[in-house]
Each structure stands twice: as C-alpha cells, then as structure tokens.
Design a binder for this molecule. Sequence first.
Ligand code: SAM
Length: 236
Amino acid sequence: MSNHATRDEIRARFDRDVERFSKLETGQTTTIDAAYVLDLIAECAQATVPGATRLVDLGCGAGNFSLKLAQGLPLESITLVDLSRPMLDRASERLAEATPATVTALQVDLLDLKLPPASADIVVAAAVLHHLREDADWLNVFRAIWESLAPGGVFFIWDLIDHDWPGIRQVMANRYSQYLEGLGGPEFRDKVNTYVAYEDTPRSVPFQMQTLTNAGFSAVEVLHKHISFAALAARK
Ligand SMILES: C[S@@+](CC[C@H](N)C(=O)[O-])C[C@H]1O[C@@H](n2cnc3c(N)ncnc32)[C@H](O)[C@@H]1O
C-alpha cells in the first residue's frame, strides 16, 4: 500500500480544507447521507449511553460530530484528536462557543494515540479510519479504543467503506461516481475519485465488524449503509 498518501500529505491537505468540514447543517457532502448520519449517531448515542459525560472524537476535523453529540448529552469533557492543527483549532473554537464541556485538543496520529484505560463513555471516528492502511493498524486502533472505553461505553464509526466482492465493489463505485457527478458535475466527480484513490484505503463492513469483535467489543451493530458509506456501533 506504499503508493498511497503519507501522513504528512494527508495532514497538509486537511490543513487547507477546514471550511468544507465546518458545516453542521449539511455535514461534509461528499459523504452520502452526511447530515442524516450526524443526527442518527447523535440519537443512537443518547439511546445507548444517555449519561455520557466523556467523549473522544477521533479525526475530529472541524468538530461536527462533537458539536452534534454535545447537543443531546451531558458532556463534561471532549477530547479532540486530529493530525491537523487548523482543524483542531476550528473544532475547539466552535465547541467553546457551543458547550460548557472542557475541550482538550490532541494533535496526534490515531496510530500513536494512548488514552487512559476506561476514560471515555463514547468514542466516535467519522471519516477517518479509511486512512488506516494495514490490517494490524485497524486491530491495534480498535484495541486501543476498546481499552479507552468504560464498561458499557460505545464506539461509533461513520466512514467510506470498501466491498469484498469485486462485482459489488464495481457497482458501488459506479453509483458513488453518479452521486458525485450529481453533486458537482464530471470534473468534481473525477477530482474526488482521484484523491480517494490516492489517500484512502477503506475496508468492508464485514472486515470492520470482525476486527471489532477480535478487539474485544461484545456487540456490534450496523446503523446505516448507503452505497459506499456505513455507520457502525460497537459496545464494550
Ligand atoms: C474527512 S475528515 C473528517 C472530519 C470529521 N470527523 C467529520 O466527519 O466532519 C478526516 C479528518 O481526519 C484527520 N486524520 C486523517 N488521518 C488521521 C490520522 N491518522 N490520525 C488522526 N487524524 C487523522 C484529518 O486531518 C481530517 O481532519
């Protein structure tokens, strides 16, 4: 997988892209059903961990998921994790205006993150895990998240996904291209497909569910799937 973007290249691109990730009403529109899933995950978080006070937002970007979750939960602390300093700064500013929770911003690679055991009630990773490359990276990150959650805590994933069957992968790729073309025309479609091919190494829903189970999660649910995007929940 060495022909894919390096961490430094990914960070540099996101450093320049803060505005696109700062729209709470729409979410990031290249992800299908973005606004719907922001709402869905917030509602599922309220339903599964209603007393949650400690949130960790991995690959937080400009903070859309933390902002949404803070609207319905009694959060006291929010830990933001991202490679990009401009993203962390924007997320911190937006959260300071919207919530009394203590916000801690960590500029660190997901792969190197060490959180204290049982220190989170909810962990969310939205549109970031597709930057993991190797099977072992996925397992190590899922294990670290499991460790960081308190018993009964929930990990929410929303992401670009792959499909393991080649024919189905092609159908979904075609449909995602149609979606992108509808959003911004053929040039936009090609631009997004080009950076996705270079930067992203998504994994299928079955791979992620199996790896979550291998990492120790006791229950895993699919919350949503539409073409090349899926949302999952995993309970410690
Ligand atoms: C597509 S954006 C998603 C932002 C936000 N979660 C959202 O849904 O609006 C991905 C974010 O993950 C960050 N990121 C990418 N790879 C990362 C890594 N290995 N460790 C930490 N953050 C990473 C990027 O800097 C970027 O801000």
